[in-house]
Design a protein around this ligand. Sequence first.
Ligand code: SF4
Length: 277
Amino acid sequence: MQGQLGLEGIPGKLVRVTPARLSTWQQCPRKYRMTYLDRPTPPRAGARANATLGAVVHNALKAYFDLRVDQRSPERASALVREHWKSDGFSGPEQAAEYRARAQEWVGGYVAELPEGEAPLAVERWVSAPVGSIIAEGRVDRIDERHGELVVVDYKTGRYGLQVGDARDSLALGLYALAVGKQFHRTCRRVELHHLPTGTVASWEHTEESLAELRVRAEQLAAEFQSATDELELGGDPQALFPVRTGKHCSWCDFRAHCAEGEQAAPDLPSWSALEA
Ligand code: SF4
């Protein structure tokens, strides 16, 4: 935490904010507490196939861009999926092999469509920069440089294609754009979701105003979870400060085994259930 003067001249705190913290808080404050505050952290549920698939694709693309330009090809990208493959969370070898083949096809097809001669400015780069009353930070999948400006690229491997609104309204992408712009001292307004399974891109060009709106939203959420955290440290009631927010998401919560309300709210689904509709 770093000190700064708040708006009224009262010393405040710069709260460290990652997209994961924001989305976890928004989804369920109790889950936030178990993820970030309870120590030791309660044992988590096992790996989920959709998360494994996403991690493999991200790792393969990172390895691809780590190669010299003359070593890159769709065939190499596809082979990198195989080299980075993990089967954690899949129903068995057959399903894992089916998805490995799909992922190889996605990644090979994706790099084949990349503009020739264009190299990313950074891949899997941790960014961290003070923005308003928070420190916006996180690992950006890719930062491209186009027409003198920086572009935030986020890979997606979920079941459904993405719309422009998904890029426009994404607090995570907005936070990354703010941090990237600040850290690199460059203009960064374009944010893109690259959906590997369909090879489509959902893209949005922010304005200073729209980024400011997302920053204010992030600041509000950060103030909420920091206030609850501070009160907890002073001996506040964890159940009241971090209430449950149940819903369908409880089926996939890492901590449902430690949460009676969540177990009642949604069925326990197999670890590969999020792969298919
Ligand atoms: S199971 Fe549901 S209610 Fe319980 S902590 Fe997880 S998300 Fe929150």
